[in-house]
Design a protein around this ligand. Structure first.
Ligand code: B4P
Length: 190
């Protein structure tokens, strides 16, 4: 199965990606996690990405697309994958389409997690206390929400037009949300 998990910052993408990918037996490919790993290892990619991430801006498409192409071409992603946080722009959708064409594959489902604005801010501020992520300050959270609204929210109608979109209520506990996602995907035994 090839899945995309979308939703605003703090909607629970990273959290649900791990649960869903484990259940489906596919790798979870999280662009945010890959960037953060590169930032902490101070690789050239990490050094380039850090400034954008700390400001709540997207890392340039050229950088992100090349990174995802490398990851998708690895052997463990041949049979399927779950993309967490990618694509986020129209240019990334186009690049993903090209990657899929190379693999003679298609996206099976795009899951969008919907969560109330107040809950999103509460979750991210809680995470700021526990994990200390540099992009979880109130000011940067606001910027990330604006960037999402401008650049990523419009992709929802693109995938709706392809007939692969499913919206899932992301409120409630992690288990409740996972159960809803599995139900939406028709995955049994969750
Ligand atoms: P991401 O890492 O994708 O950050 P995010 O949108 O905040 O999602 P994340 O997965 O971390 O949070 P989640 O909602 O799971 O991106 C970070 C940055 O990387 C971007 O701003 C950008 O700069 C860059 N980037 C990434 N992808 C890019 C791309 N494609 N193009 C360009 N730039 C890109 O969870 C949030 C919190 O809520 C967690 O603490 C979690 O524990 C909690 N939570 C989750 N579910 C919950 C629930 N049901 N109840 C209570 N709390 C819950």
């Amino acid at each position: 199965m090839r899945l995309i998990l979308m939703g605003p910052p703090g909607a629970g993408k990273g959290t649900q990606a791990k649960v869903i990918a484990a259940k489906l037996g596919v790798p979870a490919i999280s662009t945010g996690d890959i960037f953060r790993a590169n930032v902490s290892q101070q690789t050239p990619l990490g050094l380039e990405a850090k400034g954008y991430m700390d400001a709540g801006e997207y890392v340039p498409d050229s950088v992100t697309n090349a990174m995802v192409r490398d990851r998708i071409n690895q052997d463990d992603a041949r049979g399927g994958f779950l993309l967490d946080g990618y694509p986020r722009t129209v240019a990334q959708v186009e690049e993903l389409d090209a990657m899929l064409a190379d693999h003679k594959a298609a996206i099976d489902a795009v899951v969008v997690l919907t969560v109330d604005q107040d809950e999103i801010v509460a979750r991210l501020l809680r995470r700021a206390e526990t994990e200390g992520r540099t992009d979880d300050t109130e000011e940067v959270i606001r910027r990330r929400q604006d960037v999402y609204a401008e650049q990523t929210a419009p992709l929802i109608s693109v995938y709706a037009g392809h007939g692969v979109l499913t919206e899932v209520d992301g409120m409630g506990t992690v288990d409740e949300v996972s159960a809803r996602v599995f139900q939406a995907l028709g995955v049994t035994g969750a």
